[in-house]
Design a protein around this ligand. Structure first.
Ligand code: CP
Length: 302
């Protein structure tokens, strides 16, 4: 059985909880090679990123290495893509070369759905256009779970360019699975229509004192054709800063998937504030991706 990791929507609550617990195990054991280094020995993954990445690409690479696997970093700009090779032909070639799993990022929302039935090896969605970023979703859930010991009933504000955010896409899927409440905030043109009881629009300043966590999002300039944005005015209306942090509950945390634009959606002093878990999210990214890589290989014969 081929175990693709494409969307959080294909998981039940108990399956996702198992992945979160496994990620927590890896978080606690990542520096104990004697406990984990044998788990994916002799496996080879390929990082295939058609969009830039720092955190996701590097953390999948570190995750693979911590589990004893090798990983090939395919760079489109330095490959036969430059000679006209299609995405399908590239992935099929890596399959033929003997790769065990593909970690794949692309700007197209739908390409992963189209390619998955054509491949005989696990495909891991490392960010698909505006659709979903499920490995980010898992690390966000892990971060919330570590903080609150539960997910059900949590209230989370999401602020920024939600319409173009695959991070928000995965968080909204998770909210339905776990019964979390999501409050969408930001410029009217960047907040999607709401179609679910767990998800509602809200005024950022009004909802902040009510929530357990706030997920700040960057404006995805690469997905806009004409956006007239004044960073100062945006920060004043929708940025996380000292004034807004003071209105939050003392136990509430600040999240951001990165990369962040300091002074736009988040002020410099908030990035490493005591209520910020932004760098914790990144550390958790390695553990979450270890759980994902192991899960995808659990359906394959060595
Ligand atoms: N959060 C995230 O996906 O970051 P990268 O684009 O750097 O991978």
């Amino acid at each position: 059985m081929i175990k693709h990791f494409l969307s959080l929507s294909s998981f039940s609550q108990s399956d996702l909880l198992s992945l979160i617990h496994r990620a927590q195990f890896f978080f606690q054991n990542q520096h104990r090679p004697e406990n984990i280094h044998h788990l994916l020995k002799n496996r080879i993954f390929a990082n295939v990123f058609y969009e830039p990445s720092t955190r996701t690409r590097c953390s999948f690479e570190i995750a693979a290495k911590r589990l004893g696997a090798d990983i090939v970093n395919f760079v489109p700009d330095n490959s036969s893509v430059k000679k006209g090779e299609t995405v399908y032909d590239t992935l099929k070639s890596l399959e033929s070369l003997g790769v065990d799993g593909l970690v794949f990022r692309h700007a197209d929302d739908y390409i992963i759905e189209k390619l998955q039935p054509l491949l005989k090896l696990p495909l891991i969605n490392a960010g698909a256009g505006k659709f979903e970023h499920p490995s980010q979703g898992l690390l966000d859930l892990l971060t919330l779970f570590q903080e609150f010991g539960k997910l059900e009933g949590l209230k989370i504000a999401v602020c920024g360019d939600i319409k173009h955010s695959r991070v928000a896409g995965s968080l909204m899927v998770a909210a339905k699975i776990f019964g979390m409440s999501i409050y969408l905030c930001g410029p009217e043109s960047l907040v999607p229509a709401v179609t679910d009881t767990h998800i509602q629009k809200a005024d950022f300043d009004e909802i902040l004192p009510e929530v357990d966590a706030v997920m700040m999002l960057r404006i995805q300039l690469e997905r806009h054709e004409n956006l007239d944005l004044d960073p100062k005015s945006y920060h004043h209306q929708f940025g996380m800063n000292h004034r807004r942090q003071l209105s939050m509950k003392k136990h509430a945390i600040i999240l951001h998937p990165g990369p962040f634009n300091r002074g736009v959606e988040i002020s410099d002093d908030m990035v490493e504030h005591s209520q910020s878990r932004i760098f914790k999210q990144m550390s958790n990214g390695v553990a979450a991706r270890m759980a994902i890589l192991e899960w995808t290989m659990s359906g394959r014969i060595q």
